[in-house]
Design a protein around this ligand. Structure first.
Ligand code: PFF
Length: 447
């Protein structure tokens, strides 16, 4: 397929919304606040911000640049750079594609729960009490039903392609997400108990800082920017040549960090408002009871204490979470869809349906063996595969790609880049520092 027949983002705004949409997801709205609450609040926040700037951002530039150069799916883009070893290009491109699919297979189950919790207050209101209760009670049937619903939404958007599907929906949904967030934050900050949470979030307690916290913060930053699995590579491939990649990547990273920060601003105070209302959030030794509780127990019980406003806030909050999850899941599905569509000449529409179906089958197997498989799939894909693939991309940029060819690619959107501090640091940094830092994340559990 030639680049002229491929889809492209029609505007820089559209691209930024789509890439930020991919980045902003359950990782920001759920993962980040949970990690922050369990790891000493502001201390985690500060280290996370450091990791974002020092590690995740440079790797985001790397992935977008590989994709933009290739103007194709991750397998083909890598093949274009790795001319001397096409086998490795195809192998690692395929592993990325598999990892994206694996993440989607467990992510869709979680995202399904969000649909259930969002629909529950509405169903209660119209008198469908037993259906409402079924949707918020753990069961295989419920999990599979909601996953089917969420995957159908994902396939619906991806089938339509880049400009018509991904860009259009992200440009609509992302601003809506920001608006809803702002409203909820303003509301929560007026409530009793909110200030305790705010203090914990913003005043660091350095006694919590240790090696594990640093590694967690690094992993969280990596997951949050959707790095490693080729999602940013494939979005980069739909980017026009005159776009300044370091600047655009910076904007995406800032939006992603901004949403994670806002999620903390909402959830940390909300925990303490819930506590003021009698909900137990910490155990006797002061640990967060469980990460799932934060979103699926603490928040709904908080909303419950607010009467009708709470019902409304609950629907708004879960709608917002579904939106965030959907703009991430479409990025995950886009990786294998682009590969199949371009490498095997299968129509996008058909590829999206087929892959959506296969991934849904995997989700169903995971849902049916939840206790056995869920944690395993989540840990293998996000904790091991994402960082490992990140190391490979850093090696591709630093050691495989000719520095001059890399410069020519980046220069197209930024002609004076050679004179900037960015160019003086970044290639060297990605070549040496990033692989070592990412390997530390990977190696940590074995140390
Ligand atoms: N960045 C997403 C989040 O924070 O929830 C997760 C994610 C999206 C991971 C897309 C990987 C991916 F390809």
């Amino acid at each position: 397929m030639t680049s002229s027949t491929r889809g492209q983002f029609t505007s820089r705004f559209g691209f930024i919304m789509a890439a930020a949409g991919s980045a902003v997801g359950l990782g920001n709205v759920w993962g980040f606040p949970t990690q922050t609450a369990s790891n000493g609040g502001a201390a985690f926040l500060l280290i996370y911000l450091l990791m974002m700037a020092l590690l995740a951002y440079p790797m985001l530039v790397a992935e977008l640049t590989i994709g933009r150069f290739g103007q194709s799916n991750p397998i083909a883009s890598l093949r274009k750079i790795w001319t001397k070893n096409k086998f490795l290009a195809v192998a690692f491109g395929s592993i990325a594609m598999l990892t994206a699919s694996m993440i989607l297979s467990f992510y869709a189950i979680l995202a399904g729960w969000l649909i259930g919790f969002g629909a529950e207050p509405i169903l209660q209101l119209i008198g469908l009490h037993s259906l409402a209760d079924w949707l918020v009670t753990f069961s295989t049937g419920r999990n599979v039903f909601l996953t089917v619903l969420f995957m159908s939404l994902t396939v619906f958007v991806v089938r339509r392609g880049v400009a018509d599907g991904i860009e259009k929906w992200s440009s609509r949904l992302m601003p809506l997400l920001f608006g809803l967030f702002l409203l909820l934050i303003i509301y929560i900050l007026t409530q009793d108990g909110a200030m305790t949470g705010l203090k914990m979030y913003l005043i660091p307690d350095w006694s919590h800082v240790n090696a594990a916290l640093v590694v967690n913060a690094m992993g969280q930053a990596f997951f949050s920017l959707s790095l490693g699995v080729g999602a940013m590579m494939v979005y980069g491939s739909y980017l026009k040549k005159d776009v300044n990649i370091p600047k655009t990547a910076g904007q995406v990273a800032i939006i992603d960090t901004g949403v994670a920060f806002s999620a903390g601003l909402l959830i940390m105070p909300a925990m303490f408002v819930a506590r003021a209302n009698g909900v137990q959030i910490f155990n006797e030794v002061g640990e967060l009871i469980s990460s799932g509780n934060l979103v699926f127990v603490v928040l709904p019980s908080l909303f419950d204490t607010m009467g009708f406003v709470g019902e409304f806030l609950s629907v708004a909050f879960f709608a917002l979470m579904v939106i965030a999850a959907l703009t991430s899941s479409i990025a995950m599905l886009e990786v294998p869809v682009a590969c199949l569509h371009e490498e095997m000449n299968i129509k996008r529409d058909k590829a999206a349906m087929m892959l959506g179906g296969i991934i849904l089958l995997c989700s169903t197997i995971i849902a049916a063996n939840f206790g056995l498989l869920f944690d395993w799939v989540a840990t293998a894909s996000t904790m091991y595969m994402q960082p490992l693939l990140g190391v490979v991309w850093a090696v591709v940029i630093g050691w495989v790609w000719h520095r001059n060819a890399l410069l020519q690619e980046i220069k197209q959107g930024h002609p004076e880049i050679e004179t900037t501090w960015f160019w003086k640091i970044w290639p060297w940094y990605v070549k040496f520092v990033c692989p070592v830092a990412i390997l530390t994340v990977f190696a940590y559990p074995f140390l």
